[in-house]
Write a protein that binds this ligand. Sequence first.
Ligand SMILES: Nc1ncnc2c1ncn2[C@@H]1O[C@H](COP(=O)(O)OP(=O)(O)OP(=O)(O)O)[C@@H](O)[C@H]1O
Ligand SMILES: [Mg+2]
Length: 452
Amino acid sequence: MTDQTVILVVDDKKEHATATAEALQKVGYKCLVATSGREGLEIIEAGEVDIVITDLIMHDIDGLQLLKTTKEILPDAEIVLITGYGTVETAVDAMQKGAATYLLKPININHLRAEIAKLVEKQGLVRNNKELHKQLDERFGLTCIIGNSSRMQKVFNIVKQISGTTATVLITGESGTGKELIAKTIHNNSPRKNKPMVILNSAAIPEHLLESELFGHEKGSFTGALYQRKGKFECAHHSTLFLDEVGDMPLSTQVKLLRVIEDGVITRIGSNDPIEIDVRLIAATNQCLEKLIKEGKFREDLYFRLNVVSVKLPPLRERLEDTTLLIDAFLREFCQIHNKNISCISTEARKVLYKYPWPGNVRELKNCIESMVVVSTKDILGVEEIPDHILQRSSELPRPPSFMTGMTVEEVERELIKNTLASVEGNREEAAKMLGIGERTLYRKLDRYGLK
Ligand SMILES: Nc1ncnc2c1ncn2[C@@H]1O[C@H](COP(=O)(O)OP(=O)(O)OP(=O)(O)O)[C@@H](O)[C@H]1O
Ligand SMILES: [Mg+2]
């Protein structure tokens, strides 16, 4: 039995409802009780019910209506109808509409428990199956990381070195550079890979719910806390917790997160009992945390705790050599998904794609290739299929260094040095490393080309 199963018992005869709930609570299930169809619906709408046991005939909203709405709101929930001899036919009919089973009044407790145990097992199997498929998708094919640029090779080396450890990782990079993909790769190559990585996106959750999402809550600890709930930290016990968009976390939550990292224990909201947790943290952000620290929006002490290992993902425009591989991989992937037979992309089209600066990085390139594959009717993708805004922007830009045929070697070198320096915000040590020359050589060249 999973300790997560929540059962809702709906019956407008209160003593029946509580007796059923108690019989199930005794064998360890979490039960909620509603004494009218309307009250039952409210709980179902709150979204955290696995099994609904409902009387067929009630005054306001009857069991059939409850069945219909539950199937709409919670398609994975199972519904058990309670019925008298007079309404068996209706109950059988309800099973065709999606009810799992029906039980005759008066309820036999052993029978009830056996039926519920079957449903819980079935739900567990379905959940595991879904999880398994997701993990398989993640491990094979769909999310393999592509990149042969020296900057991505450096990233891969770090990923290899740290995957086997429990070191906290901070992944930074512009939107669409592959932060989540890197986090999944680290997790999938770690000893924790048999449990799914848990994800929490601070930007997607309203501020007042974020702490409960992270640390969980006890029943009744705030309005809307209908029952006890585990937070993401507890769910990620012995696994990895990916704190996405951590730069968007409000300061008050940052304080609490810092304490959890330092103490290795969490306390659910409304509880005083600390729970020990063993969680590997990976955080990511597309914001500059150093800047947020200066502005007083991010805690410096938390930053140091998260930034134990730092993985910086370069924007696509600074590793244009990866574009070729990415285009080919996405072309293959989307041909398969959309059942198309496209062999390649024309040289002209490639040139346009190489010139475009990809502000949305790999995600934007991926979407672009998908849309080209979808609209294409030929076996070679051409310029005609390129989305208008990309075509237009590309034609406005000068040729990138890789297309500088006609220039002298010196001119190309000058451009290369200029662009490399710009890509690392003028950091000469970094630029020299990227160019594969000594710092003093770089210095001399800057002098010669008047770039100082
Ligand atoms: N190196 C790569 N190889 C293959 N696919 C990639 C690569 N980098 C990113 N992708 C794909 O691009 C898309 C965006 O990646 P992801 O969601 O990891 O980016 P992100 O940095 O988390 O973006 P955001 O900041 O917007 O959340 C995903 O579909 C991902 O699979
Ligand atoms: Mg992301």
